[in-house]
Design a protein around this ligand. Structure first.
Ligand code: ADE
Ligand code: ZN
Length: 341
């Protein structure tokens, strides 16, 4: 094993950009379809994998929404979440902040309560059994109306003890952050943190809108922010965290080849970039595979990797004391490895 790979394996880290429905592995797709008697248009795992060939975000989303149709019971959401927690815990991930898409389920008449009970139950079990902490972020689907987002906030209101924040995902271009000003304002008034996908396929103006109109605490992706020098300065000055997803970016053709990935440029510009897996079952890798892919392609140093792991805790929604404890673990580990002075 290369020394960078073993360094990545043992590096304590957090994951801040993971869609639970995007952790649905083809094997689970068949299991859940079978137990819930839901038809799927595939006969074999190979057929499923062959379909995971995307030219852009929308190609992926069409299959992603179709895949989540097999999730119907609280047990399904529990099992899906628990499987992800075990998988990422094996990558030495100590804390996760996970997205779910309630509208992808309530639109199919699956009650909000069923979804959240399953997911939050598993996150609690993962903390008890694995010592891995978590926060849950409820995303609004941006291709739907703001009214639907507001209705989803109503459904979430009785569950705010288990929801840390709101996010914005799905088809980006044509659905700017400005479409959701009222929903994000209300979420903020309810005490929820705010994040939004911006600058994945959409232009830098969408990142500005997420900052200025939605008042986000983090930007998900943010790749296209690099096209605007004033925006780079703003992100650097405000220490805004970017949750970057390397394998997602190549699989969705946001980046042509991993050697062209902007992650190193982000770090060199003083941006607080982090590495995440987005939808690992669809994009060919969980957290450490993302670290490895981008480290290989960009020849990242162990110091760069340490910075990325530190950033993952700095950008998390943990309390300052917990952040400091995790960061000490990262720097102690890197020091023992001789990666930093
Ligand atoms: N939903 C799941 N993954 C997504 C992504 N990468 N971008 C936007 N919406 C998503
Ligand atoms: Zn995402």
């Amino acid at each position: 094993m290369k020394s960078t790979d073993s360094f990545i394996e043992g590096l304590p880290k957090a994951e801040l950009h993971l869609h639970l429905e995007g952790s649905l592995e083809p094997e689970q797709l068949f299991d859940f379809a079978g137990r819930n008697k839901v038809d799927i248009p595939f006969r074999s795992i190979d057929e499923v994998r062959a379909a995971y060939n995307f030219a852009n975000l929308q190609d992926f989303l069409d299959i992603y929404y179709q895949g989540m149709n097999v999730l119907t019971t609280e047990q399904d959401f529990y099992d899906l979440t628990m499987a992800y927690c075990h998988r990422v815990h094996a990558d030495n991930c100590r804390h996760v902040e996970v997205f779910f898409d309630p509208q992808g389920h309530t639109e199919r008449d699956i009650p909000f309560q069923v979804v959240i009970d399953g997911i939050a139950g598993a996150l609690q079990a993962a903390e008890n059994e694995l010592g891995m902490t978590s926060k849950l972020i409820m995303c609004f689907l941006r291709h739907l109306s703001e009214e639907s987002a507001l209705e989803t906030l109503d459904l979430a209101e009785p569950c705010l003890d288990r929801i840390a924040g709101v996010g914005l995902d799905s088809s980006e271009v044509g659905h700017p952050p400005s479409k959701f000003i009222n929903a994000f304002k209300r979420a903020g008034d309810m005490g929820l943190l705010r994040v939004a996908h911006a600058g994945e396929e959409g232009p830098p103006s969408y990142v500005w809108e997420a900052l200025d109109l939605l008042k986000v605490d983090r930007i998900d992706h943010g790749n296209r922010a690099l096209e605007d020098s004033k925006l780079i300065a703003r992100l650097a000055e405000t220490k805004m965290t970017l949750t970057v997803c390397p394998l997602s970016n190549t699989r969705l053709c946001v980046v042509n080849d991993m050697v062209d990935h902007p992650l190193k440029k982000m770090l060199d510009n003083g941006l607080r970039a982090t590495i995440n897996s987005d939808d690992p079952a669809y994009f060919g890798g969980y957290l450490n595979e993302n670290y490895r892919a981008v480290a290989d392609a960009l020849a990242l140093s162990k110091e760069d990797l340490t910075t990325l792991a530190v950033n993952s805790f700095l950008g998390s929604f943990l309390d300052p004391g917990d952040k400091a404890a995790h960061i000490k673990n990262v720097t102690d580990y890197a020091g023992e490895f001789g990666a930093i002075d």
